[in-house]
Structures are given as structure tokens and as C-alpha cells.
Design a protein around this ligand. Structure first.
Ligand SMILES: O=P(O)(O)OC[C@H]1O[C@H](OP(=O)(O)OP(=O)(O)O)[C@H](O)[C@@H]1O
Ligand SMILES: O=C(O)c1cc(=O)[nH]c(=O)[nH]1
Length: 217
């Protein structure tokens, strides 16, 4: 059985998810069409969280949601946050400012001039690093960043995203010893939007069908 504090956090997190869904729909960040994802997978929906930094008040609220997840599910002492460019970097920067935690960022490929680094900022042997990205699909981008941080001596046990698209990311990260934390899962966002009529019924069905198909593979 969960303790009272955990039950309270579950309630709070559910409210955060509803607020997140409202922000996403309000900003037009939830798109429908035929999208090729970074993993090569084809998806009938896409969430564009790169819009968020163009709306500072929304970005600030979103940063506080990440911080709430970190406080309640990870603990905040002696952490560094690592932003995963491109989408994750402005979000991690906002989290770093709200939580007063040091920021590093992990390039996708090592820089080919200057200091030729893959990781920017101050990372020391043994530092506890929490990865921050906008969302997880397969978890491949987070795994790649975790490898780079670990190769430079950092410890990575947690990753935080706004949205878990529930396409294997959590399981793939768990096999590398990383717990995935998400402000909300796509299925929870969808339930709320369906309940309040936040998106058309045929769009809800499109995502549900897609999730069913992904899960059956
Ligand atoms: O869990 P995964 O299967 O790795 O997919 C999720 C990743 O895909 C997107 O990044 P993208 O590669 O489009 O790069 P960008 O942030 O630079 O636009 C997103 O921002 C995540 O980083
Ligand atoms: O998996 C991805 O590449 C991806 C999915 C999504 O919804 N949004 C995004 O920016 N990337």
C-alpha cells in the first residue's frame, strides 16, 4: 500500500497532467498527419514541444512540472541536469534556473572544432546527472546521451520527460539501469482530453489505434 504522501503526489501529478494537456492543445503542439519519428517509426500524431520557449509563461509552468517530478520521485540533492538538444535543451535550462541546479548539455555528435567536446559544461567524475528531454518514444535519444555522460564519468539513474509516448522507452531505459519519469503518459493525456472533449473523437481514436498497433509488435 502507498503512504499518504505518495497518494497525494499521485493526485497532484494527475492534475499536472491535465494542465499539461490543456497547455499542449492551447498552443497547438499536438499535431495530426503522417510523421516520421527520430527512430524511423511512422506516427499519425506528433507533439511539438519546441514551441514552448516561444511562450515564456507556459515554459515556466512546464519547468515547475519537471521540478515537481524531480522533488517527488528522485530527490534534489547534489544533482546536475543534462539537456538533450534540441528540444530538451531549453526545457533543461528552464529547469536548471527554477531548481537552481547546475546544467550540462550533451551534443548529438562531438563538435568537430574548438575543444571537440560531446558534453558541454562542468561534469566531474561521480556527478549524479538527471537527463532532461521533452519526450520519450523509444528512449533511444536518452540512451545515447546516458552513454556519453557515463563515458565521461557521470552517474545516470534517472531521466525526466514531459511526455512518455509509451512506445518502449521506459522498458529500454530500465534495461540500461535508468528510470524514466514523465509528467504524463500519452494515454493519460488522451483520457483527459477525451473526457473533456479537448480534441475531436476521431483524433482520440487515431492515437488509440496507433498505440494498440505499437503495443502489439
Ligand atoms: O525516444 P526517441 O525514440 O529517441 O524519440 C524521442 C526524441 O525525438 C525527438 O528529438 P529529435 O531527434 O527529433 O531531435 P530534436 O530535439 O533535435 O528536434 C525528441 O525531442 C526526443 O529527443
Ligand atoms: O519520436 C519522435 O521523434 C518524436 C515524437 C513526437 O511526438 N515529437 C517529437 O518531437 N519527436
Amino acid at each position: 500500500m502507498y503512504g499518504l504522501e505518495t497518494k497525494l503526489w499521485i493526485e497532484k501529478k494527475s492534475v499536472l497532467g491535465k494542465e499539461l494537456a490543456t497547455i499542449l492543445v492551447g498552443l497547438g503542439a499536438l499535431r495530426f498527419g503522417d510523421f516520421t519519428l527520430t527512430s524511423g517509426r511512422r506516427s499519425p500524431y506528433y507533439i511539438d514541444l519546441r514551441l514552448l520557449p516561444s511562450y515564456p509563461s507556459a515554459l515556466e509552468r512546464i519547468a515547475d512540472m519537471y521540478v515537481a517530478v524531480m522533488e517527488n520521485e528522485i530527490g534534489m540533492s547534489r544533482l546536475k541536469v543534462a539537456g538533450i538538444p534540441t528540444a530538451g535543451l531549453p526545457l533543461a535550462t528552464a529547469v536548471s534556473l527554477r531548481a537552481r541546479l547546475p546544467l550540462i548539455y550533451v551534443r548529438e555528435t562531438p563538435k568537430l572544432h574548438g575543444e571537440m567536446k560531446m558534453i558541454e559544461g562542468v561534469l566531474s567524475e561521480g556527478d549524479e546527472v538527471v537527463l532532461i528531454d521533452d519526450l520519450a518514444t523509444t528512449g533511444g535519444s536518452l540512451l545515447k546521451a546516458a552513454s556519453a555522460v557515463r563515458a565521461s564519468g557521470g552517474h545516470v539513474s534517472h531521466a525526466v520527460v514531459l511526455i512518455d509516448r509509451e512506445e518502449g522507452g521506459s522498458e529500454n531505459l530500465a534495461s540500461a539501469g535508468i528510470e524514466l519519469h514523465a509528467v504524463s503518459r500519452i494515454s493519460d493525456l488522451l483520457s483527459w482530453l477525451e473526457a473533456v472533449g479537448g480534441i475531436p473523437v476521431d483524433k482520440v481514436d487515431t492515437i488509440k489505434e496507433y498505440l494498440k498497433e505499437v503495443r502489439s509488435k
